[in-house]
Design a protein around this ligand. Structure first.
Ligand code: SF4
Length: 307
Protein backbone atom coordinates (compact mmCIF):
# COMPACT_ATOMS: atom_id res chain seq x y z
CA UNK A 1 0.00 0.00 0.00
CA UNK A 2 4.50 4.21 1.09
CA UNK A 3 5.12 2.97 1.19
CA UNK A 4 7.42 5.70 2.34
CA UNK A 5 9.47 5.36 -0.76
CA UNK A 6 6.89 5.06 -3.44
CA UNK A 7 4.52 7.61 -1.95
CA UNK A 8 6.97 10.43 -1.86
CA UNK A 9 6.60 11.02 -5.54
CA UNK A 10 2.95 11.93 -5.10
CA UNK A 11 3.20 15.06 -3.10
CA UNK A 12 -0.17 16.71 -3.60
CA UNK A 13 -3.36 15.49 -2.02
CA UNK A 14 -6.04 14.57 -4.46
CA UNK A 15 -9.35 12.80 -4.53
CA UNK A 16 -10.30 10.11 -6.94
CA UNK A 17 -13.81 10.82 -8.14
CA UNK A 18 -15.42 8.68 -10.81
CA UNK A 19 -12.02 7.90 -12.20
CA UNK A 20 -10.84 11.53 -12.19
CA UNK A 21 -8.13 12.64 -9.85
CA UNK A 22 -8.80 16.08 -8.43
CA UNK A 23 -6.75 18.03 -5.89
CA UNK A 24 -8.22 18.49 -2.46
CA UNK A 25 -7.31 20.88 0.31
CA UNK A 26 -8.44 20.61 3.88
CA UNK A 27 -7.94 22.50 7.10
CA UNK A 28 -8.89 19.47 9.18
CA UNK A 29 -6.23 17.24 10.71
CA UNK A 30 -5.45 14.25 8.56
CA UNK A 31 -4.68 10.69 9.52
CA UNK A 32 -3.32 7.85 7.43
CA UNK A 33 -3.71 4.19 8.34
CA UNK A 34 0.02 3.89 8.98
CA UNK A 35 0.09 6.77 11.43
CA UNK A 36 -3.07 5.58 13.17
CA UNK A 37 -1.59 2.09 13.44
CA UNK A 38 1.64 3.60 14.82
CA UNK A 39 -0.26 5.17 17.70
CA UNK A 40 -2.13 1.96 18.36
CA UNK A 41 1.11 -0.02 18.29
CA UNK A 42 3.14 2.41 20.38
CA UNK A 43 2.31 6.07 21.13
CA UNK A 44 6.02 6.93 21.31
CA UNK A 45 6.56 5.48 17.84
CA UNK A 46 3.77 7.74 16.60
CA UNK A 47 5.51 10.70 18.20
CA UNK A 48 8.89 9.85 16.68
CA UNK A 49 7.42 9.52 13.23
CA UNK A 50 4.63 12.11 13.13
CA UNK A 51 5.72 14.83 15.57
CA UNK A 52 9.52 14.62 15.80
CA UNK A 53 9.51 13.40 12.19
CA UNK A 54 12.74 11.56 12.69
CA UNK A 55 14.20 10.29 9.46
CA UNK A 56 14.20 6.56 8.85
CA UNK A 57 16.70 5.09 6.46
CA UNK A 58 14.99 2.70 4.08
CA UNK A 59 15.82 -0.93 4.73
CA UNK A 60 16.32 -3.51 1.99
CA UNK A 61 12.94 -5.06 2.93
CA UNK A 62 11.20 -1.70 2.52
CA UNK A 63 12.96 -0.98 -0.76
CA UNK A 64 12.12 -4.44 -2.05
CA UNK A 65 8.48 -3.85 -1.16
CA UNK A 66 8.53 -0.55 -3.00
CA UNK A 67 10.13 -2.16 -6.02
CA UNK A 68 7.65 -5.05 -6.16
CA UNK A 69 4.70 -2.68 -5.77
CA UNK A 70 6.09 -0.55 -8.61
CA UNK A 71 6.48 -3.59 -10.87
CA UNK A 72 2.97 -4.84 -10.10
CA UNK A 73 1.57 -1.41 -10.85
CA UNK A 74 3.46 -1.23 -14.15
CA UNK A 75 2.55 -4.80 -15.08
CA UNK A 76 -1.04 -3.78 -15.68
CA UNK A 77 0.11 -1.29 -18.34
CA UNK A 78 0.95 -4.40 -20.36
CA UNK A 79 -2.05 -5.75 -22.30
CA UNK A 80 -3.90 -8.73 -20.83
CA UNK A 81 -2.46 -11.92 -22.26
CA UNK A 82 1.08 -10.55 -22.06
CA UNK A 83 1.27 -10.19 -18.28
CA UNK A 84 3.64 -13.08 -17.78
CA UNK A 85 6.15 -13.87 -15.03
CA UNK A 86 8.87 -13.07 -17.58
CA UNK A 87 7.30 -9.67 -18.31
CA UNK A 88 7.21 -8.91 -14.57
CA UNK A 89 10.82 -10.05 -14.19
CA UNK A 90 11.82 -7.82 -17.11
CA UNK A 91 10.23 -4.82 -15.38
CA UNK A 92 12.35 -5.23 -12.24
CA UNK A 93 15.57 -3.64 -13.48
CA UNK A 94 14.00 -0.56 -15.16
CA UNK A 95 11.72 0.05 -12.19
CA UNK A 96 14.71 -0.21 -9.85
CA UNK A 97 16.66 2.27 -11.95
CA UNK A 98 13.69 4.63 -11.83
CA UNK A 99 13.47 4.35 -8.04
CA UNK A 100 17.23 4.90 -7.70
CA UNK A 101 16.95 8.06 -9.80
CA UNK A 102 14.06 9.37 -7.73
CA UNK A 103 15.16 8.38 -4.23
CA UNK A 104 18.67 9.48 -3.33
CA UNK A 105 18.94 7.46 -0.11
CA UNK A 106 18.56 4.19 -2.01
CA UNK A 107 22.14 4.68 -3.23
CA UNK A 108 23.43 3.53 0.18
CA UNK A 109 20.80 0.84 0.72
CA UNK A 110 23.22 -2.06 0.90
CA UNK A 111 25.82 -0.37 3.11
CA UNK A 112 26.48 -2.53 6.14
CA UNK A 113 24.62 -5.49 4.63
CA UNK A 114 26.01 -8.53 2.81
CA UNK A 115 23.45 -7.96 0.01
CA UNK A 116 24.43 -7.15 -3.56
CA UNK A 117 22.17 -5.41 -6.04
CA UNK A 118 21.89 -8.63 -8.05
CA UNK A 119 20.78 -10.61 -5.00
CA UNK A 120 18.36 -7.88 -4.02
CA UNK A 121 16.76 -7.80 -7.47
CA UNK A 122 16.62 -11.59 -7.54
CA UNK A 123 14.64 -11.65 -4.29
CA UNK A 124 12.29 -9.08 -5.82
CA UNK A 125 11.77 -11.41 -8.78
CA UNK A 126 11.09 -14.29 -6.38
CA UNK A 127 8.31 -12.28 -4.75
CA UNK A 128 6.82 -11.55 -8.15
CA UNK A 129 6.83 -15.30 -8.76
CA UNK A 130 4.79 -15.55 -5.55
CA UNK A 131 2.32 -13.10 -7.00
CA UNK A 132 1.75 -15.26 -10.08
CA UNK A 133 1.24 -18.26 -7.81
CA UNK A 134 -1.82 -16.63 -6.26
CA UNK A 135 -3.29 -14.62 -9.13
CA UNK A 136 -3.40 -14.52 -12.92
CA UNK A 137 -3.18 -10.82 -13.83
CA UNK A 138 -4.45 -11.58 -17.33
CA UNK A 139 -7.88 -12.33 -15.90
CA UNK A 140 -8.58 -8.89 -14.47
CA UNK A 141 -8.37 -5.19 -15.24
CA UNK A 142 -7.86 -3.11 -12.12
CA UNK A 143 -10.17 -0.12 -11.87
CA UNK A 144 -7.46 1.84 -10.07
CA UNK A 145 -3.87 1.38 -9.00
CA UNK A 146 -2.08 3.35 -6.30
CA UNK A 147 -5.33 5.22 -5.81
CA UNK A 148 -5.29 8.15 -3.39
CA UNK A 149 -8.51 8.23 -1.38
CA UNK A 150 -9.69 10.41 1.44
CA UNK A 151 -12.85 11.01 3.43
CA UNK A 152 -13.97 13.34 6.19
CA UNK A 153 -15.08 11.79 9.48
CA UNK A 154 -17.83 13.73 11.24
CA UNK A 155 -16.30 17.06 10.27
CA UNK A 156 -13.42 16.42 12.68
CA UNK A 157 -10.82 14.49 10.81
CA UNK A 158 -9.75 13.61 7.29
CA UNK A 159 -8.64 10.03 6.80
CA UNK A 160 -6.64 9.29 3.71
CA UNK A 161 -4.29 6.83 2.15
CA UNK A 162 -3.25 4.92 -0.92
CA UNK A 163 -4.83 1.72 -2.10
CA UNK A 164 -2.52 -0.66 -3.95
CA UNK A 165 -5.29 -1.81 -6.25
CA UNK A 166 -9.01 -1.43 -6.51
CA UNK A 167 -11.00 -3.91 -8.59
CA UNK A 168 -14.60 -3.22 -9.57
CA UNK A 169 -16.82 -6.06 -10.81
CA UNK A 170 -19.36 -5.51 -13.61
CA UNK A 171 -22.02 -5.45 -10.87
CA UNK A 172 -20.18 -2.61 -9.12
CA UNK A 173 -18.72 -4.64 -6.26
CA UNK A 174 -15.45 -3.27 -4.93
CA UNK A 175 -12.42 -5.35 -4.02
CA UNK A 176 -9.56 -3.65 -2.23
CA UNK A 177 -6.23 -5.42 -2.80
CA UNK A 178 -3.13 -4.89 -0.71
CA UNK A 179 0.15 -6.59 -1.61
CA UNK A 180 2.32 -7.70 1.29
CA UNK A 181 5.94 -8.34 0.48
CA UNK A 182 7.70 -8.44 3.84
CA UNK A 183 9.69 -11.25 5.25
CA UNK A 184 8.74 -10.64 8.87
CA UNK A 185 6.47 -13.09 10.69
CA UNK A 186 3.01 -12.44 9.36
CA UNK A 187 1.21 -12.81 12.66
CA UNK A 188 3.18 -9.87 14.03
CA UNK A 189 1.68 -7.56 11.44
CA UNK A 190 -1.62 -9.11 10.45
CA UNK A 191 -3.73 -7.03 12.84
CA UNK A 192 -2.04 -3.92 11.51
CA UNK A 193 -2.67 -4.99 7.91
CA UNK A 194 -6.34 -5.62 8.60
CA UNK A 195 -6.64 -2.27 10.37
CA UNK A 196 -5.26 -0.63 7.23
CA UNK A 197 -7.74 -2.42 4.98
CA UNK A 198 -10.70 -1.49 7.17
CA UNK A 199 -9.46 2.07 7.03
CA UNK A 200 -9.59 1.99 3.21
CA UNK A 201 -12.99 0.28 3.28
CA UNK A 202 -14.33 3.06 5.46
CA UNK A 203 -12.96 5.76 3.14
CA UNK A 204 -14.50 4.06 0.11
CA UNK A 205 -17.82 3.58 1.84
CA UNK A 206 -17.94 7.22 2.90
CA UNK A 207 -16.91 8.58 -0.51
CA UNK A 208 -18.68 6.17 -2.86
CA UNK A 209 -21.54 4.92 -0.72
CA UNK A 210 -20.53 1.29 -1.28
CA UNK A 211 -19.13 -1.06 1.33
CA UNK A 212 -16.33 -2.99 -0.43
CA UNK A 213 -17.34 -6.61 -0.96
CA UNK A 214 -13.83 -7.94 -0.34
CA UNK A 215 -10.70 -6.70 1.41
CA UNK A 216 -7.83 -8.82 0.14
CA UNK A 217 -4.36 -9.21 1.61
CA UNK A 218 -2.01 -10.86 -0.85
CA UNK A 219 1.06 -12.33 0.85
CA UNK A 220 3.55 -12.76 -1.95
CA UNK A 221 6.27 -14.47 0.08
CA UNK A 222 3.91 -17.02 1.58
CA UNK A 223 1.90 -17.19 -1.65
CA UNK A 224 -1.33 -16.80 0.29
CA UNK A 225 -4.46 -14.73 -0.05
CA UNK A 226 -6.48 -13.59 2.94
CA UNK A 227 -9.96 -12.23 2.19
CA UNK A 228 -12.22 -10.38 4.54
CA UNK A 229 -15.72 -9.02 3.91
CA UNK A 230 -16.67 -6.06 6.07
CA UNK A 231 -20.23 -4.89 6.68
CA UNK A 232 -21.57 -1.40 7.27
CA UNK A 233 -22.09 -1.98 10.98
CA UNK A 234 -18.51 -3.02 11.43
CA UNK A 235 -17.25 -0.01 9.50
CA UNK A 236 -19.40 2.28 11.64
CA UNK A 237 -17.77 0.78 14.73
CA UNK A 238 -14.39 1.20 13.11
CA UNK A 239 -15.16 4.84 12.39
CA UNK A 240 -15.95 5.42 16.06
CA UNK A 241 -12.72 3.65 16.98
CA UNK A 242 -10.77 5.95 14.66
CA UNK A 243 -12.33 9.05 16.15
CA UNK A 244 -11.52 7.82 19.65
CA UNK A 245 -7.99 7.11 18.52
CA UNK A 246 -7.65 10.61 17.12
CA UNK A 247 -8.94 12.08 20.38
CA UNK A 248 -6.33 10.04 22.25
CA UNK A 249 -3.64 11.43 19.90
CA UNK A 250 -4.87 14.97 20.58
CA UNK A 251 -4.82 14.38 24.33
CA UNK A 252 -1.32 12.91 24.17
CA UNK A 253 -0.16 15.89 22.09
CA UNK A 254 -1.68 18.40 24.52
CA UNK A 255 -0.02 16.64 27.47
CA UNK A 256 3.22 15.98 25.54
CA UNK A 257 2.82 12.45 26.80
CA UNK A 258 3.58 9.66 24.33
CA UNK A 259 4.56 6.51 26.17
CA UNK A 260 6.53 3.59 24.81
CA UNK A 261 4.56 0.40 24.43
CA UNK A 262 7.09 -2.37 23.87
CA UNK A 263 6.00 -5.33 21.78
CA UNK A 264 7.54 -7.73 19.30
CA UNK A 265 7.18 -4.93 16.72
CA UNK A 266 10.08 -3.16 18.51
CA UNK A 267 12.34 -5.40 16.45
CA UNK A 268 11.35 -3.32 13.40
CA UNK A 269 11.52 0.07 15.13
CA UNK A 270 14.20 2.42 13.78
CA UNK A 271 14.21 4.47 17.00
CA UNK A 272 15.14 2.02 19.73
CA UNK A 273 18.23 4.11 20.59
CA UNK A 274 15.92 6.97 21.65
CA UNK A 275 13.37 4.78 23.42
CA UNK A 276 13.28 4.71 27.25
CA UNK A 277 12.28 1.04 27.10
CA UNK A 278 15.71 0.37 25.61
CA UNK A 279 17.68 2.80 27.79
CA UNK A 280 17.37 5.79 25.44
CA UNK A 281 16.09 9.33 25.89
CA UNK A 282 13.66 10.91 23.42
CA UNK A 283 14.61 14.34 22.03
CA UNK A 284 12.88 17.41 23.56
CA UNK A 285 9.29 17.69 22.38
CA UNK A 286 9.18 20.07 19.40
CA UNK A 287 7.58 23.38 20.34
CA UNK A 288 5.17 24.42 19.11
CA UNK A 289 3.90 20.96 18.18
CA UNK A 290 3.97 20.77 14.40
CA UNK A 291 0.71 20.46 12.47
CA UNK A 292 -0.43 17.11 11.17
CA UNK A 293 1.87 15.56 8.60
CA UNK A 294 1.14 16.58 5.03
CA UNK A 295 -0.37 13.76 2.99
CA UNK A 296 2.21 11.31 1.71
CA UNK A 297 5.06 12.33 3.95
CA UNK A 298 6.37 9.10 5.40
CA UNK A 299 2.96 7.66 4.88
CA UNK A 300 3.70 4.01 5.11
CA UNK A 301 6.98 2.90 6.59
CA UNK A 302 7.91 -0.73 6.50
CA UNK A 303 6.11 -1.71 9.63
CA UNK A 304 2.86 -0.54 8.18
CA UNK A 305 3.22 -1.94 4.75
CA UNK A 306 5.09 -5.06 4.34
CA UNK A 307 6.00 -6.78 7.49
S1 SF4 B 1 11.34 0.55 20.44
FE1 SF4 B 1 9.29 -0.29 20.76
S2 SF4 B 1 8.52 0.78 22.55
FE2 SF4 B 1 10.27 1.95 21.80
S3 SF4 B 1 9.43 3.51 20.43
FE3 SF4 B 1 9.97 1.76 19.15
S4 SF4 B 1 8.09 0.56 19.04
FE4 SF4 B 1 7.85 1.94 20.77
Amino acid sequence: MAPALRREFLSYPSLNLLGMTVPVTTTLPTLSPSRAADFKTCPLLYRFRSIDRLPERPTPDQARGTLVHAVLEALFDTPAGERTPQRAADLVEPQWQRLLAEQADLATLFEGTPLTTEEFLATGRDLLGGYFAVEDPNRLEPAEREAYVQAEVEGKLVIRGYIDRLDVSPAGDLRVVDYKTGGAPREAFEARAMFQLKFYALVLWRTRGVVPRVLRLMYLKDQEVCDFSPDAEELERFERTLLALWQAIERATAARDFRPQPSRLCGWCAHQALCPSYGGTPPPFPEPAPPALPPDAGDEPAAGRDE
